[in-house]
Design a protein around this ligand. Structure first.
Ligand code: PGA
Length: 260
């Protein structure tokens, strides 16, 4: 695990963007795993800047997003499909048919049957198959929840899990309530790549900034590998990079590399 501590969020995002750009220049048909949330926003701004100012070409890139809320259509401004269009895809020359985001709408399935309904489980299997058909994910971008989750793999998630529906914890729903007008509107379920799916990416870049992430960062990097902190599984990955600002790194006891 390469842990990089930067002075601030902007530099973190520049370092992460540079890593992706270097890989993309070497492999124009890169398969990118993408994340949503506030953390990768600066990274996406940087990638857009590379596209506009340096002509970085995304036309052969394939993308797979980590997760999507269940029950929000892609037109809902808090769906992750909408987020990705708004913050990245409409600003670069990516081919729409190369974009993959888990489906969040499954018709009239009863909320209690989401985890077992064959339409949902077939979709989850198909998503995994699409990743395999694309040749696997080259680089997976990750944020981290204040509770140590990666994607919507909440604490207690199987470390070998695959794409499936997860019930969101109260903490995650409270953390995400800032994007909705009321707590009741925050979805209770999400469809998410599993920890096993994420671990198969050839390289991982996890970004974390701000004091709200310091516990999760310390527990992931210095704690034991445990399902109670899903991001701790990255200790088992052969090529994971963790890029932090000072606040997110503030509880680490070991010394880590700081790039200027
Ligand atoms: P955030 O969410 O980037 O909005 O902090 C990260 C996460 O919950 O994985």
């Amino acid at each position: 695990m390469l842990v990089i501590v930067e002075n601030d969020y902007d530099i973190m995002c520049q370092v992460a963007a540079k890593m992706i750009v270097d890989r993309l220049r070497k492999k124009p048909n890169l398969v990118l795993g993408l994340a949503t949330g506030s953390t990768p926003l600066g990274l996406y701004k940087e990638l857009i800047r590379y596209h506009r100012e340096e002509g970085l070409d995304f036309s052969k890139v394939t993308t797979f997003n980590l997760d999507e809320y269940i029950g929000l259509p892609p037109t809902h401004n808090q769906s992750y499909a909408y987020f990705m269009q708004d913050h990245l895809f409409r600003h670069i020359n990516i081919s729409p048919e190369k974009i993959h985001i888990p489906q969040g709408m499954f018709g009239n399935i009863s909320i209690t049957a989401f985890e077992t309904d064959p339409v949902v489980t077939d979709f989850c299997r198909w998503y995994e198959q699409e990743i395999a058909t694309a040749g696997g994910i080259d680089i997976q971008i990750l944020g981290i929840g204040g509770n140590g989750h990666i994607a919507f793999n909440e604490p207690g998630s199987s470390l070998g899990s695959r794409t499936r529906v997860k019930t969101l914890t109260k903490k995650t729903r409270i953390d995400n309530a800032r994007f909705f007008s009321s707590m009741e509107e925050v979805p209770k379920y999400a469809i998410t790549m599993g920890i096993g799916t994420i671990m198969e990416a050839r390289e991982i870049i996890l970004l974390a900034n701000g004091p709200g992430k310091s516990w999760a960062v310390k527990t992931s990097i210095e704690g034991p590998v445990t399902a109670m902190c899903p991001a701790s599984m990255l200790q088992m990955h052969r090529k994971s990079n963790v890029i932090l600002d000072q606040a997110a790194a503030s509880e680490l006891s070991a010394e880590f590399i700081a790039y200027g």
